[in-house]
Design a protein around this ligand. Sequence first.
Ligand SMILES: C[S@@+](CC[C@H](N)C(=O)[O-])C[C@H]1O[C@@H](n2cnc3c(N)ncnc32)[C@H](O)[C@@H]1O
Length: 239
Amino acid sequence: MRPDAVQRVLDAELAAARERRGGEQPRVLDVGGGSGVWAVPLAAAGCAVTVVEPSPNALATLSTRAREAGVTINAVQGDTDSLGVAAGEADLVLAHGLLEVVDDAPAALASLAAAVAPGGAVSVLVANRFAAILHRAIAGRIVDARRLLDDDAGQLAGTRDPLQRRFDVAGLEKLVLEAGLSVEILQGHGVVSDLVPGVVLDANPGAADALAELELAAATRSPLRDVAARLHVLARRTA
Ligand SMILES: C[S@@+](CC[C@H](N)C(=O)[O-])C[C@H]1O[C@@H](n2cnc3c(N)ncnc32)[C@H](O)[C@@H]1O
Protein backbone atom coordinates (compact mmCIF):
# COMPACT_ATOMS: atom_id res chain seq x y z
CA MET A 1 0.00 0.00 0.00
CA ARG A 2 1.27 3.48 -0.87
CA PRO A 3 2.34 5.51 2.23
CA ASP A 4 -0.01 8.35 3.10
CA ALA A 5 1.09 11.94 3.82
CA VAL A 6 1.86 11.32 7.51
CA GLN A 7 3.68 8.05 6.87
CA ARG A 8 5.82 9.69 4.18
CA VAL A 9 6.97 12.41 6.59
CA LEU A 10 7.70 9.86 9.33
CA ASP A 11 9.67 7.64 6.92
CA ALA A 12 11.86 10.59 5.91
CA GLU A 13 12.33 11.66 9.52
CA LEU A 14 13.35 8.16 10.63
CA ALA A 15 15.79 7.82 7.71
CA ALA A 16 17.41 11.13 8.75
CA ALA A 17 17.55 10.02 12.41
CA ARG A 18 19.20 6.74 11.42
CA GLU A 19 21.81 8.67 9.48
CA ARG A 20 22.45 11.08 12.40
CA ARG A 21 22.97 8.06 14.64
CA GLY A 22 25.47 6.42 12.31
CA GLY A 23 23.07 3.66 11.25
CA GLU A 24 21.76 2.83 14.72
CA GLN A 25 18.06 2.25 15.36
CA PRO A 26 16.02 5.47 15.65
CA ARG A 27 14.49 5.83 19.14
CA VAL A 28 10.74 6.47 18.97
CA LEU A 29 8.58 7.49 21.92
CA ASP A 30 4.84 7.10 21.27
CA VAL A 31 2.89 8.94 23.99
CA GLY A 32 -0.75 7.91 24.24
CA GLY A 33 0.24 5.15 21.85
CA GLY A 34 -2.95 3.21 22.63
CA SER A 35 -3.02 -0.31 21.23
CA GLY A 36 -0.03 0.25 18.95
CA VAL A 37 -1.53 1.32 15.63
CA TRP A 38 1.60 3.39 14.96
CA ALA A 39 4.04 1.76 17.39
CA VAL A 40 3.89 -1.82 16.10
CA PRO A 41 4.63 -0.99 12.43
CA LEU A 42 7.44 1.34 13.52
CA ALA A 43 8.99 -1.43 15.63
CA ALA A 44 8.60 -3.79 12.65
CA ALA A 45 10.42 -1.20 10.53
CA GLY A 46 13.45 -1.40 12.85
CA CYS A 47 12.87 1.38 15.38
CA ALA A 48 13.43 1.05 19.12
CA VAL A 49 9.92 1.96 20.30
CA THR A 50 8.68 2.98 23.74
CA VAL A 51 4.94 3.46 24.28
CA VAL A 52 3.71 5.53 27.24
CA GLU A 53 0.02 4.87 27.79
CA PRO A 54 -2.24 5.15 30.87
CA SER A 55 -4.87 2.59 29.86
CA PRO A 56 -4.22 -1.01 31.02
CA ASN A 57 -6.64 -2.31 28.38
CA ALA A 58 -4.80 -0.52 25.58
CA LEU A 59 -1.47 -1.81 26.92
CA ALA A 60 -2.81 -5.38 26.95
CA THR A 61 -3.91 -5.09 23.31
CA LEU A 62 -0.57 -3.52 22.44
CA SER A 63 1.24 -6.44 23.99
CA THR A 64 -0.85 -8.95 21.98
CA ARG A 65 -0.34 -7.01 18.77
CA ALA A 66 3.41 -6.74 19.29
CA ARG A 67 3.66 -10.47 20.02
CA GLU A 68 1.68 -11.36 16.90
CA ALA A 69 3.90 -9.07 14.81
CA GLY A 70 7.04 -10.59 16.35
CA VAL A 71 8.34 -7.26 17.64
CA THR A 72 9.46 -5.96 21.03
CA ILE A 73 8.07 -2.70 22.41
CA ASN A 74 9.00 -1.08 25.68
CA ALA A 75 5.53 -0.42 27.16
CA VAL A 76 5.33 2.01 30.07
CA GLN A 77 2.15 2.71 32.02
CA GLY A 78 2.24 6.48 32.42
CA ASP A 79 0.92 9.71 31.05
CA THR A 80 1.99 13.16 29.94
CA ASP A 81 2.28 14.30 33.58
CA SER A 82 4.97 11.72 34.27
CA LEU A 83 6.33 10.07 31.16
CA GLY A 84 8.68 7.81 33.12
CA VAL A 85 11.33 8.00 30.38
CA ALA A 86 14.65 9.84 30.25
CA ALA A 87 14.55 13.43 28.99
CA GLY A 88 16.16 14.34 25.67
CA GLU A 89 16.64 10.81 24.36
CA ALA A 90 14.00 10.25 21.68
CA ASP A 91 14.74 10.91 18.02
CA LEU A 92 11.02 11.04 17.26
CA VAL A 93 8.14 11.54 19.68
CA LEU A 94 4.62 10.75 18.50
CA ALA A 95 1.57 12.59 19.81
CA HIS A 96 -1.10 11.11 17.58
CA GLY A 97 -4.67 11.60 18.72
CA LEU A 98 -3.33 12.77 22.09
CA LEU A 99 -3.63 16.55 22.39
CA GLU A 100 -7.41 16.38 21.88
CA VAL A 101 -7.89 14.17 24.96
CA VAL A 102 -5.45 15.48 27.59
CA ASP A 103 -6.57 17.99 30.24
CA ASP A 104 -3.85 20.52 29.47
CA ALA A 105 -2.59 20.47 25.87
CA PRO A 106 0.22 23.09 26.27
CA ALA A 107 1.62 21.27 29.34
CA ALA A 108 1.40 17.91 27.54
CA LEU A 109 3.27 19.20 24.49
CA ALA A 110 5.93 20.84 26.69
CA SER A 111 6.48 17.50 28.40
CA LEU A 112 6.83 15.76 25.01
CA ALA A 113 9.23 18.46 23.78
CA ALA A 114 11.47 17.76 26.79
CA ALA A 115 11.71 14.11 25.77
CA VAL A 116 13.13 14.90 22.32
CA ALA A 117 16.86 14.66 21.63
CA PRO A 118 18.46 17.81 20.15
CA GLY A 119 17.77 17.77 16.40
CA GLY A 120 14.87 15.35 16.87
CA ALA A 121 11.18 15.99 16.25
CA VAL A 122 7.66 15.64 17.58
CA SER A 123 4.96 14.37 15.22
CA VAL A 124 1.59 15.83 16.23
CA LEU A 125 -1.60 14.51 14.65
CA VAL A 126 -4.87 16.09 15.78
CA ALA A 127 -8.53 16.33 14.83
CA ASN A 128 -9.42 19.41 12.78
CA ARG A 129 -12.37 21.43 14.10
CA PHE A 130 -13.41 22.71 10.68
CA ALA A 131 -13.46 19.21 9.20
CA ALA A 132 -15.60 18.09 12.13
CA ILE A 133 -18.09 20.86 11.31
CA LEU A 134 -18.21 19.97 7.61
CA HIS A 135 -18.56 16.24 8.25
CA ARG A 136 -21.47 16.77 10.65
CA ALA A 137 -23.22 19.12 8.26
CA ILE A 138 -22.81 16.65 5.37
CA ALA A 139 -24.27 13.93 7.61
CA GLY A 140 -27.29 16.13 8.32
CA ARG A 141 -26.27 16.94 11.90
CA ILE A 142 -26.72 20.65 11.37
CA VAL A 143 -27.30 21.61 15.00
CA ASP A 144 -24.13 19.81 16.11
CA ALA A 145 -22.21 21.45 13.25
CA ARG A 146 -23.36 24.89 14.41
CA ARG A 147 -22.51 24.12 18.05
CA LEU A 148 -19.03 23.00 17.05
CA LEU A 149 -18.54 26.18 15.06
CA ASP A 150 -19.56 28.34 18.02
CA ASP A 151 -17.52 26.49 20.65
CA ASP A 152 -14.11 28.07 21.24
CA ALA A 153 -12.41 24.72 21.85
CA GLY A 154 -14.18 22.97 18.97
CA GLN A 155 -15.88 20.58 21.37
CA LEU A 156 -19.47 19.40 21.44
CA ALA A 157 -19.79 20.42 25.08
CA GLY A 158 -22.59 18.81 27.07
CA THR A 159 -22.66 15.74 24.81
CA ARG A 160 -20.65 12.56 24.97
CA ASP A 161 -17.93 14.12 22.82
CA PRO A 162 -14.83 12.00 23.51
CA LEU A 163 -12.57 14.94 22.64
CA GLN A 164 -11.84 17.93 24.88
CA ARG A 165 -10.89 20.08 21.92
CA ARG A 166 -10.20 20.17 18.20
CA PHE A 167 -7.64 22.31 16.42
CA ASP A 168 -7.28 24.66 13.48
CA VAL A 169 -4.07 25.57 11.67
CA ALA A 170 -3.43 28.83 13.55
CA GLY A 171 -4.12 27.32 16.98
CA LEU A 172 -1.91 24.32 16.31
CA GLU A 173 0.99 26.45 15.08
CA LYS A 174 0.73 28.65 18.18
CA LEU A 175 0.71 25.63 20.49
CA VAL A 176 3.84 24.17 18.86
CA LEU A 177 5.74 27.47 18.95
CA GLU A 178 4.84 28.02 22.60
CA ALA A 179 6.30 24.60 23.42
CA GLY A 180 9.66 25.89 22.11
CA LEU A 181 9.52 23.82 18.90
CA SER A 182 9.58 25.02 15.31
CA VAL A 183 6.96 24.02 12.74
CA GLU A 184 8.82 22.21 9.98
CA ILE A 185 5.85 20.69 8.13
CA LEU A 186 2.15 21.38 8.57
CA GLN A 187 -0.08 19.23 6.39
CA GLY A 188 -3.56 17.80 6.18
CA HIS A 189 -4.36 14.11 6.63
CA GLY A 190 -7.65 12.97 5.14
CA VAL A 191 -8.15 16.00 2.90
CA VAL A 192 -10.45 14.38 0.35
CA SER A 193 -10.31 10.64 1.01
CA ASP A 194 -12.67 10.83 3.99
CA LEU A 195 -15.30 12.45 1.75
CA VAL A 196 -15.29 9.88 -1.08
CA PRO A 197 -17.76 7.00 -0.61
CA GLY A 198 -16.29 3.50 -0.96
CA VAL A 199 -18.82 2.61 -3.70
CA VAL A 200 -17.35 5.31 -5.94
CA LEU A 201 -13.91 3.75 -5.62
CA ASP A 202 -15.24 0.21 -6.13
CA ALA A 203 -17.05 1.23 -9.31
CA ASN A 204 -14.08 2.96 -10.96
CA PRO A 205 -10.92 1.00 -11.74
CA GLY A 206 -7.86 3.07 -10.84
CA ALA A 207 -9.88 5.48 -8.71
CA ALA A 208 -8.27 4.39 -5.43
CA ASP A 209 -4.77 5.09 -6.79
CA ALA A 210 -5.87 8.41 -8.27
CA LEU A 211 -7.45 9.37 -4.95
CA ALA A 212 -4.27 8.50 -3.03
CA GLU A 213 -2.29 10.71 -5.41
CA LEU A 214 -4.81 13.54 -5.07
CA GLU A 215 -4.65 13.19 -1.31
CA LEU A 216 -0.86 13.57 -1.29
CA ALA A 217 -0.97 16.55 -3.66
CA ALA A 218 -3.65 18.30 -1.58
CA ALA A 219 -2.03 17.59 1.81
CA THR A 220 0.13 20.70 1.84
CA ARG A 221 -2.06 23.04 -0.23
CA SER A 222 -4.12 25.60 1.60
CA PRO A 223 -7.13 25.96 1.79
CA LEU A 224 -7.64 22.20 1.18
CA ARG A 225 -5.07 21.34 3.87
CA ASP A 226 -6.88 23.55 6.35
CA VAL A 227 -10.10 21.51 6.21
CA ALA A 228 -8.53 18.03 6.28
CA ALA A 229 -9.99 15.61 8.81
CA ARG A 230 -6.73 15.73 10.77
CA LEU A 231 -3.85 18.21 10.92
CA HIS A 232 -0.29 16.93 11.09
CA VAL A 233 2.74 18.87 12.26
CA LEU A 234 6.35 17.79 12.27
CA ALA A 235 7.79 20.00 15.00
CA ARG A 236 11.56 20.27 15.36
CA ARG A 237 13.61 20.70 18.51
CA THR A 238 16.34 22.99 17.29
CA ALA A 239 18.24 23.80 20.50
C1 LIG B 1 -7.35 8.51 20.38
S1 LIG B 1 -6.26 7.47 21.23
C2 LIG B 1 -4.88 7.50 20.14
C3 LIG B 1 -4.10 6.22 20.13
C4 LIG B 1 -2.94 6.17 19.14
N1 LIG B 1 -1.98 7.22 19.40
C5 LIG B 1 -3.41 6.25 17.71
O1 LIG B 1 -3.14 7.24 17.04
O2 LIG B 1 -4.05 5.29 17.27
C6 LIG B 1 -5.70 8.47 22.60
C7 LIG B 1 -4.84 7.72 23.58
O3 LIG B 1 -4.30 8.63 24.53
C8 LIG B 1 -4.32 8.03 25.81
N2 LIG B 1 -4.28 9.11 26.81
C9 LIG B 1 -5.31 9.81 27.36
N3 LIG B 1 -4.84 10.73 28.23
C10 LIG B 1 -3.49 10.62 28.23
C11 LIG B 1 -2.43 11.30 28.91
N4 LIG B 1 -2.67 12.30 29.78
N5 LIG B 1 -1.16 10.93 28.67
C12 LIG B 1 -0.90 9.94 27.78
N6 LIG B 1 -1.85 9.26 27.10
C13 LIG B 1 -3.13 9.60 27.32
C14 LIG B 1 -5.62 7.22 25.81
O4 LIG B 1 -5.61 6.19 26.78
C15 LIG B 1 -5.63 6.68 24.38
O5 LIG B 1 -4.98 5.45 24.28
